[in-house]
Write a protein that binds this ligand. Structure first.
Ligand SMILES: Cc1cc2nc3c(=O)[nH]c(=O)nc-3n(C[C@H](O)[C@H](O)[C@H](O)COP(=O)(O)OP(=O)(O)OC[C@H]3O[C@@H](n4cnc5c(N)ncnc54)[C@H](O)[C@@H]3O)c2cc1C
Length: 309
C-alpha cells in the first residue's frame, strides 16, 4: 500500500490532475467528507455544530504554494475575514495557516508581513494563529518566521512533525521558548535522508517527543502541546501519562481532523479532555484531499465506491 500512498502524494502536487479532479462534481461530493465547505458561511455552520459537542476548532482556509503576491494577499485577507467572523459569531475557533499560502516561496518578507497582519488581528480579537508545517524543504524557513513572529506575538503557535529526524532538536529549542506546539506525524512525501521511512519508527518518535515535551519540568512548564493524531494507542498512552504526571489541563489538548474519527473526538470531549478539530474550507481543496487519501487506503475504497453509486 506504500505505492498507493506515494501515488496520491505525487498527485497532490500535480496541476493537471488538480484541474481534472476538481471540475468533477462527484469528487467535490467525496471531498466533502474532509472539508467543511467552499465558503466561510458553510464553515461557520460546521464550527457551530462542533462547538455544541464541546469540540473547539481551528480553521484552515485551504490553499498552499501560491505563485503570485496577489494570491498571497488574497489568502491573508480571507484569514482576516475568518477571524472577524469567528469573533462576530462568538464561535470557539482559532486559525491555522500555511506559509507557502502567505507567499513564503515568493519572498519571506511578504510572508512575514502577511503573518504579522493575521497575528495582530488574532491578538486584537483575543484569538490565536498556528503555523502549519509543510514539506521539509520549508521547515527551516517556517521555524525562522515563527521565531521572528514570536518576538512580537505570544498568540502564535507552530507544528512539529515526528517523522523528521531533526524534530527532536527543534522541539527542544521550542520547549526552551515555552512555545505552543502541535505535534503530528507528518503528511508529506519525504526522502529517507530527512524522515524515518518506517511507520513504526515514526510512531515511536511521536511517543518520545510527546513524552519529552509533556514531561518537561515535571509537567509544569509554560509550554503547550497539541497532540494531533487519531492514533488510539498514542492517545491512550497520552491520557495515562497526563494522569500519572498531573499535567495541567492548560498545557495540552488533543487535535484531530474534520471528518476523521469523529466518534473518538466526541468520546474524548465527553470524558472531559480538551479536543480541537481542524476544519478546512475553501475552493483549493485538492492537495489536502489527496493527502487524506494517501494516509489511508480505505479512503480510496470509499472514493471508488462513490464512483459507482
Ligand atoms: C489537527 C491536525 C493537524 C495537522 N497538521 C499537520 C501539519 O501541519 N503538517 C503535517 O505534515 N501534517 C499535519 N497533520 C497530518 C498528520 O501529520 C498525519 O498525516 C495524519 O494525522 C495521520 O496520522 P495519525 O497521527 O492520525 O496516525 P496514523 O497512524 O496515520 O492513523 C491512525 C488512525 O487514524 C485514522 N486515520 C488517520 N488518517 C486518516 C485518514 N486520512 N482517513 C481516515 N482515517 C484516518 C485511522 O483510523 C488510522 O488507523 C495534522 C493532523 C491533525 C490531526
Amino acid at each position: 500500500m506504500n505505492l498507493l500512498h506515494d501515488f496520491f502524494l505525487a498527485l497532490s502536487t500535480n496541476a493537471r490532475m488538480r484541474q481534472i479532479v476538481t471540475t468533477f462534481p462527484l469528487s467535490r461530493r467525496v471531498a466533502r467528507r474532509f472539508i467543511a465547505g467552499e465558503t466561510l458561511e458553510e464553515a461557520i455552520a460546521v464550527v457551530e455544530k462542533l462547538n455544541r459537542q464541546n469540540l473547539t476548532v481551528t480553521f484552515d482556509v485551504l490553499g498552499e504554494s501560491v505563485t503570485t503576491e496577489a494570491a498571497a494577499r488574497a489568502a491573508k485577507d480571507e484569514y482576516l475575514r475568518a477571524l472577524d467572523a469567528i469573533a462576530a459569531r462568538r464561535v470557539q475557533s482559532h486559525v491555522s495557516v500555511k506559509l507557502t499560502q502567505m507567499g513564503l516561496d515568493l519572498s519571506p518578507d511578504l510572508c512575514l508581513e502577511n503573518m504579522r497582519q493575521i497575528a495582530a488581528k488574532a491578538r486584537a480579537l483575543g484569538s490565536f494563529a498556528r503555523i502549519d508545517m509543510e514539506d521539509s524543504q520549508h521547515t527551516h524557513a517556517t521555524l525562522n518566521i515563527y521565531k521572528t513572529l514570536r518576538e512580537e506575538f505570544s498568540n502564535v503557535g507552530i507544528v512539529i512533525q515526528a517523522y523528521l529526524y531533526r524534530s527532536e532538536a527543534d522541539l527542544r529549542a521550542l520547549l526552551e521558548m515555552n512555545a505552543n506546539v502541535r505535534l503530528c506525524k507528518g503528511a508529506y512525501k519525504e526522502s529517507a535522508d530527512a524522515a524515518f521511512p518506517e511507520k513504526r519508527a515514526v510512531d515511536a518518535n511521536y511517543h518520545r517527543l510527546a513524552q519529552m515535551f509533556l514531561g518537561a519540568n515535571g509537567g509544569h512548564s509554560g509550554a503547550h502541546l497539541a497532540l494531533a493524531t487519531h492514533d488510539e494507542k498514542i492517545i491512550a498512552w497520552a491520557k495515562e501519562f497526563i494522569a500519572q504526571n498531573h499535567v495541567a489541563r492548560e498545557r495540552y489538548e488533543f487535535q484531530m481532523l474534520y471528518g476523521i474519527r469523529s466518534d473518538l473526538q466526541r468520546r474524548l470531549a465527553a470524558d472531559g479532555y480538551p479536543v480541537r478539530v481542524y476544519v478546512p474550507y475553501g475552493t483549493h481543496w485538492f492537495p489536502y484531499f489527496m493527502r487524506r487519501l494517501a494516509e489511508r487506503p480505505a479512503n480510496v475504497v470509499f472514493l471508488v465506491g462513490n464512483l459507482f453509486r
